[in-house]
Design a protein around this ligand. Structure first.
Ligand code: ADP
Ligand code: MG
Length: 842
């Protein structure tokens, strides 16, 4: 029975692999049928409901795509690939052969099970699974669920670039300096900057793009070269007017694009006769000689590679480094075979570009090495108590030539009758070193083991009675890695809370102290907050909701709008949890504990009660992006970029180019969920960049904002004729004059917010506001994300009925508020940009 996890799995977008530690070496377990190192991450179900994985499934997918094209029918397919790209979302892969639809985690579990089956001599119930460094919380949680579905009782997650650098580091013992892991896979790109000093490895910084990979190269070749050539040689103009048909054709020629791409990694041209693709507009069979030269390939693919290189430049720049400072650039992932990419890296980054490790298996091997240092939790270790049970203490990775091993014999855990004293011999795997027979009295001993340098060392433990009779023991072997002190995982995103910050009078997300980007894991961060309302004991409606976010890169030091960050999860505390009243303004201490696999535990301490509450939190399943909303955001971002670009700001021009490309992409492939996510990310990045420039004219903007808010308030006061707020408004006017004289941005913002609050109080007294709200909820119903759509629809209907009864404001207001509770936070946050939601829901 293994005490260490020992198995590493690279669950890739395109290809997956499994490795395990055998006699101190990470060894790939080859696929059962084809004896390949890697298995395509493809799953297919046939009419007889059999499931296929790997290469066979890939063939089924390709054939199915061609059949669909010939029939011009988009029946749901029965084969799936690249489902890792929708990990953590609610996307369902429908199937005609099977009764139900599949989520990404279902399909990933099939792959995991397949990989597990390659190990014919041993059942696997614990593994280290690798994930892209920039995976979001929802994607990590989905990966854990997939592992569980696949029957892995225990699973740890490891960032892919760290895995690759472990595999690399063990080969390149004692190298010092900076390493850059350049991991360009099928669907994700990760860059990790590592620092190694005398074998001690540290992750300095990571950055990446969850929507950048070989798939984008395929798409570029299909859309820019293959389909246009088909269109030139066949009658396809009408056909290509139909977006659904275009999608069918894109899928059917994908395998040719991949072939072309792989050929052009090392050759200077590619051509092939494409046929068997159904008929064109004239009823003739589609047949065309398609050729792609290296120059054409480069024109299409360089911009995609450039995105990855720009990410690297960015990482280097923010650490004050240049390519020359890199000891090695480690290439990982299939597309890094490309001569074009390698040339671009050489030209733009320089440094020693190292392709000495196999870019397809390094991640799985590194994961196995890491797994050799991780314990299977005791409850899951099926210990055989008939053997003598040993407790061992040692460090599993070291840069020293010796390691101390503490041994204790656990009589309590062993059912076998054991002698009073023992003899123990420890033998290194290569038999070149042994401890000799050591007598153990008092059941404990400390030994020094001699290691082979720059290697994973395996030792066998042989226990015997003083008369020489062997005594079976557990564990009977251990692995210690020398030459490399493995890096801890780090946080790829800072973790922040969405709060109202009284200092800056703004609402938004700010990282928690202790959970900044690149913090080594496990880590802990604490934030102290003050409640903004009374929480009555036993009252479920009295809630404090604290949304947690993964902070977007670039916003680590300032409060940023919630929608620009990734939603992580939320903590909800209700009056139900409390023994007595928690008055407004009470202190609450929130602590997040994040482990090496980025599992998060939250504890909330309330000083007033001197009591803590623990929560395990789960991320949400990401809903599909609304196309209309995305178009709107894209327009807004483009508009803002255009304005700034016309002022000659180069970064804005660059963003504008990206956004224009995104616009085209949305037209080409707008029906693909993945494309939408990719574009949303680009829009976010654009907003992040542009927000910075907008901040540069902070004062004029702050002044304008303040004046505008004041004007609106005065107008409202006139309209409503309300007198209650007169004094307050006069004070606001007075304060505004003082602040404008002093040109103080922060105070201006604070006051603007206060004025808006007053205006909002006024508005809320007006029944027309609530009536207007009902119309909004009704008209935008489908565009709003609801927690429970059916109940929400019922609620809105009831509101409309209520309207007909001419209610007074005291009846209408709570009724509308009740429906607002049913909104998902994302939609509620959108609302927040228009109206002050702080005051609304409660
Ligand atoms: P992942 O880790 O995301 O599964 P891989 O590292 O297995 O990805 O890379 C898969 C991608 O690499 C695919 O897009 C595939 O087409 C591409 N690929 C594989 N071999 C080559 C090659 N020789 N040249 C260029 N691209 C390649
Ligand atoms: Mg990979």
């Amino acid at each position: 029975m293994r005490q260490k996890i020992d198995y590493g799995i690279d669950l890739g977008t395109t290809n997956s692999a499994i490795a395990r530690m055998d006699s101190g070496e990470p060894v790939i377990i080859k696929s059962d049928e084809t004896q390949m190192d890697t298995t395509p991450s493809c799953v297919a179900y046939n009419k007889k409901k059999s499931v296929y994985m790997g290469g066979k499934a890939k063939n089924i997918i390709q054939n199915e795509a061609v059949t669909a094209l010939k029939n011009r029918k988009t029946t749901p397919p029965n084969g799936y690939q690249e489902f890792k790209r929708t990990m953590g979302t609610d996307h369902q892969y429908r199937s005609t052969n099977m009764e139900h639809a599949y989520s990404s985690e279902d399909l990933s579990a099939e792959i995991l099970q397949k990989l597990k089956s390659y190990s014919s001599d041993e059942a696997i119930n614990a593994a280290v699974i690798t994930v892209p460094a920039m995976f979001k919380q929802s994607q990590l949680d989905a990966t854990q669920r997939a592992a569980e579905l696949a029957g892995l009782g225990y699973c740890e997650l490891l960032q892919e670039p760290i895995a690759a650098s472990i595999a690399y580091g063990i080969k390149t013992a004692q190298a010092s300096g900076y390493w850059l892991v350049f991991d360009f896979g099928g669907g994700t790109f990760d860059a990790a900057l590592m620092h190694v000093e005398e074998g001690i490895m540290k992750v300095v910084d990571t950055e990446g793009d969850n929507h950048l990979g070989g798939k984008d190269l395929d798409n570029a070749l299909i859309d820019q070269l293959i389909i246009p050539q088909l269109q030139q040689q066949c009658a396809l103009d009408d056909f290509l007017d139909n977006q659904e048909y275009v999608a069918l054709l894109q899928a059917a020629v994908k395998r040719h694009a991949e072939e072309a791409k792989i050929a052009l990694s090392s050759k200077s041209d590619w051509n092939e006769l494409l046929e068997d693709l159904g008929n064109d507009d004239d009823g003739e069979e589609i047949q065309a000689e398609v050729s792609i030269s290296l120059a054409q390939y480069e024109a299409a693919c360089e911009p995609i590679f450039q995105q990855a290189i720009d990410i690297v430049k960015n990482v280097l720049a923010r650490k004050g480094l240049s390519g020359r400072d890199l000891q090695s650039v480690i290439l990982v992932g299939g597309p890094t075979f490309s001569q074009t990419l390698r040339r671009m890296l050489k030209e733009q980054i320089g440094g020693n570009i190292d392709s000495s490790i196999d870019p397809m298996t390094a991640v799985a091997k590194g994961a196995a090495l890491f797994a050799a240092t991780r314990d299977i939790p005791l409850v899951l270790q099926k210990r055989d108590s008939t053997k003598a049970q040993l407790s061992l203490k040692y460090s599993d990775t070291t840069v020293e030539p010796y390691v101390n091993l503490g041994i204790r014999i656990d009589r309590n855990q062993s059912s076998a009758s054991l002698p009073q004293t023992f003899a123990l011999e420890i033998i290194r795997g290569d038999s070149a070193w042994s401890s000799g027979k050591v007598m153990i009295e008092d059941d404990a001993e400390l030994l020094e083991l001699l290691l082979n340098e720059g290697k994973a060392n395996q030792f066998t433990l042989k226990l015997s009675a003083p008369d020489g009779t062997p005594i079976p023991c557990e564990p009977s072997s251990i692995t210690i890695i020398n030459g490399l002190k493995i890096a801890s995982a780090t946080l790829p995103y800072a973790i922040g809370l969405e709060l109202y910050y009284t200092d800056s009078a703004s609402e938004g997300v700010l990282p928690i102290k202790g959970l900044e980007k690149n913090t080594s894991l496990p880590a802990k961060g604490t934030a102290r907050l003050k409640t903004m309302k009374n929480i009555r004991p036993g009252n479920r409606q009295d809630r404090i909701v604290i949304p947690i976010f993964e902070v977007s890169s670039g916003f680590e030091k300032e409060v940023s709008r919630a929608i620009l960050n990734n939603f992580h999860s939320k903590v909800i505390i209700t009056g139900d949890d409390f023994p007595s009243l928690l008055p407004e303004g009470s202190e609450v201490e929130l602590t997040l504990h994040i482990d090496a696999s980025r599992r998060t535990l939250v504890s909330v301490y309330i000083p007033a009660f001197d009591e803590s509450f623990d929560f395990t939190i789960e991320s949400r399943i990401e809903p599909e992006i609304d196309s209309e909303e995305l178009h709107k955001q894209l327009r807004e971002a483009s508009q803002s970029a255009r304005t700034l670009a016309s002022e000659g700001i180069a970064d804005a021009e660059a963003q504008l180019t990206i956004l224009e490309k995104a616009q085209q992409q949305l037209e080409h492939r707008g029906q693909e969920r993945d494309t939408k996510e990719q574009i949303q990310q680009q829009v976010k990045t654009a907003f992040l960049t542009l927000d910075k420039f907008n901040k540069q004219d902070a004062w004029p903007q702050a002044q304008a904002g303040l004046e505008e808010a004041l004007e609106e308030l005065l107008e409202l006061q006139q309209q409503t004729g309300s007198r209650e707020e007169s004094e307050q408004i006069a004070r606001h006017q007075q304060d505004a004059r003082t602040i404008i004289n002093g040109q103080d941005v922060n105070s201006a913002k604070k006051l603007t917010k206060a004025i808006e609050d007053t205006a909002f109080q006024l508005k809320m007294k007006d029944i027309r506001f609530w009536v207007g709200f009902i119309y909004y909820l009704d008209e935008d119903f489908d565009r709003i994300s609801w927690l429970d759509k059916a109940t929400a629809r019922q609620g809105v209907q009831q509101l409309k009925q209520l309207l007909e009864m001419n209610p007074d404001i005291d009846r209408l207001r709570p009724a509308v508020q009740a429906v607002l509770q049913l909104m998902q936070n994302s939609s509620y946050a959108d609302l927040g940009n228009k109206i002050n939601t702080n005051l609304l829901r409660t």
